[in-house]
Design a protein around this ligand. Structure first.
Ligand SMILES: Nc1c(NC[C@H](O)[C@H](O)[C@H](O)CO)[nH]c(=O)[nH]c1=O
Ligand SMILES: CC(=O)C(O)COP(=O)(O)O
Length: 157
């Protein structure tokens, strides 16, 4: 049986991290988690990581598309926090963000990790950005690492 799976080594890989400024009090913790995870999984220097900042989660897909078009990165990690308010705005922002990032990943065949927390409350957001429910930025970086290596393994079949 042939098994294709990815390791989680970061050495020699280039990553773009796209970060939204909205709800920065939690998103900056997601960024810390993502950077920490990349740096713990190989020889990763500043020149291997490009950080792109955008206003909000709604803008993550267009930035991801521009980054993917460059063809210089092995994976994109998108980080943001959409926190439900009192109107349907949440659904539009979170929905377009999720759909757009998935579209970029499929169109360019590059892993785009979804490190965007979508919560009903500020408390849930805090819990998912490095407190009791882990750090979704770190999880997104782990997913990107594994997928980079899965994609490489599939490309070499
Ligand atoms: N409410 C949230 C937003 N809203 C802003 C949009 O993402 C966008 O920047 C604006 O509509 C201009 O196009 N963004 C988040 O990331 N999180 C939110 O909770
Ligand atoms: C997620 C949102 O769009 C948001 O926090 C906006 O809040 P509201 O629906 O109360 O305007």
């Amino acid at each position: 049986m042939q098994v294709i799976e990815g390791n989680i080594r970061a050495t020699g890989k280039k990553f773009a991290i796209i970060v939204s400024r909205f709800n920065s009090f939690v998103v900056e913790s997601l960024l810390e988690g993502a950077l920490d995870t990349l740096e713990r999984h190989g020889e990763v220097s500043d020149s291997d990581i490009t950080l792109v900042r955008v206003p909000g989660a709604y803008e993550l897909p267009v930035a991801a598309k521009k980054v993917a078009e460059k063809g210089q990165f092995d994976a994109i990690i998108a980080l943001g926090a959409v926190i439900r308010g009192g109107t349907p705005h949440f659904d539009f922002v979170a929905g377009e963000c999720n759909k757009g990032l998935a579209q970029v990943s499929l169109e360019f065949g590059i892993p785009v990790s979804f490190g965007v927390i979508t919560t009903d409350s500020i408390e849930q957001a805090i819990e998912r950005s490095g407190t009791k429910a882990g750090n979704k930025g770190s999880e997104a970086a782990m997913g990107a690492l594994e997928m980079v290596n899965v994609v490489n393994a599939l490309d070499s079949l």
